[in-house]
Design a protein around this ligand. Structure first.
Ligand SMILES: Nc1nc2c(ncn2[C@@H]2O[C@H](COP(=O)(O)OP(=O)(O)OP(=O)(O)O)[C@@H](O)[C@H]2O)c(=O)[nH]1
Ligand SMILES: [Mg+2]
Length: 334
């Protein structure tokens, strides 16, 4: 299944009901006063975050939502009922933007948060409300207000624990396919992965973490080169970043720097995350290279591993290392 993480919706609040023009008609009261009731307010369109959901898939099939209108006012001072609200449920982590201004309206980060995205129109006042000493029988009532109409964009950032970043062809998708049930497309050409993949990794017992494989990054990605950096939003909320670099890369340090620079250009805060460096495709590197990589070091707090998804070497260590970093991040977050 393709991971749908963006959806554009047209939302509209219900119109307000019309105010009523009506006069009392009673025996023995020849000129009854005005008794037209108010129209009900239109319903609102609301969005609520729900931890039981994890995609925006539903919104691909239905993208127009209009709340019901308020009932019109009636005679005998009866007010119209308000229109029903519509509540759209979205996964926790969904960002809502106004499609026109692209401004973020809100960021739903907790379960059960909700927001009105399109307000219903106000009910019009009935003629009873317009009676004054000089005009005791107004033949006027307000129409209902129009419901607010708006185009919004829902955007979901994957809530993965560990994000895999690397140049195209580094072996990101191969790794996720070895450590989880995710079955992404793997090929020996760059930009095989076009949409992010999410996998669940079993550590041991019932312990698991989630990992995100994103499309490859290249120098200039922040200017739109390659597939650009649009996918980096998926790793903004991961706790740990694994930098995958091919063991046969002749300039691993420069590659690491390029990746760091691209992330920094997107959002410098991403670099505060725990990091690990993972050299991939150990099986095709020569002894000398492997030896060099074994002593490769960026800094004390960035572990380095050399793995092969083909032979399975180092995979267990990768899982353990990522888990350890994750536990550290979690305990610091508490
Ligand atoms: N020999 C060897 N080949 C590998 C290993 N891991 C991945 N490959 C190969 O490297 C190529 C690229 O692998 P992918 O997993 O598609 O790379 P990616 O980083 O996801 O690439 P993009 O999606 O294009 O960014 C494929 O031909 C894989 O079979 C490995 O450990 N050893
Ligand atoms: Mg890939």
């Amino acid at each position: 299944m393709k991971f749908i993480d963006i959806a554009t919706l047209d939302v509209q609040g219900g119109n307000g009901g019309k105010g009523c023009i009506s006069f009392r008609r009673e025996k023995f009261v020849p000129k009854g006063g005005p008794n037209g009731g108010n129209g009900g307010n239109g319903g609102n369109v609301k969005i609520r975050s729900d931890r039981n959901l994890n995609t925006l898939l539903d919104y691909r099939y239905k993208s127009h939502y209009t709340a019901t209108r308020g009932e019109h006012g009636k005679g005998s001072n009866k007010h119209g009922k308000r229109g029903k609200d519509i509540t759209l449920r979205v996964p926790v982590g969904t960002i809502i933007r106004d499609a026109e201004t692209e401004q973020i309206i809100t960021d739903l980060t907790e379960h059960g948060e909700h927001i009105i995205v399109a307000k219903g129109g106000r009910g019009g006042r009935g003629n009873a409300e317009f009676a004054t000493p000089t005009n005791r029988a107004p033949r006027y009532a307000e129409p209902g207000g129009e419901g607010e109409a708006r185009k919004i964009i829902l955007e979901l950032k994957l809530l993965a624990d560990v994000g895999l970043v690397g140049m195209p062809n580094a072996g990101k998708s191969t790794l996720i396919s070895k450590i989880s049930a995710a079955k992404p497309k793997i090929a020996d050409y760059p930009f095989t992965t076009l949409v992010p993949n999410l996998g669940i990794v079993k550590v041991r017992d019932s312990k698991t973490f989630t990992v995100a494989d994103i499309p490859g990054l290249i120098e200039g990605a922040h200017e739109g080169k390659g597939l650009g950096i649009q996918f980096l939003r998926h790793i903004e909320r991961t706790s740990v970043l694994a930098f995958l670099i091919e063991a046969t890369d002749e300039k691993p340090r420069a590659t690491f720097k390029t990746l760091i620079d691209e992330l920094r250009n997107y959002n410098p805060a991403i670099l505060d995350k725990s990091k690990l460096v993972v050299f991939t495709k150990k099986d095709v590197a020569d002894e000398e290279t492997i030896e060099k990589l074994n002593s490769f070091s960026i800094s004390n707090d960035i572990p380095t591993l050399v793995i092969s998804a083909v032979t399975g070497e180092g995979i267990r260590e990768f899982i353990d290392c990522a888990w350890e970093k994750l536990m550290l991040e979690r305990s610091e977050a508490e």
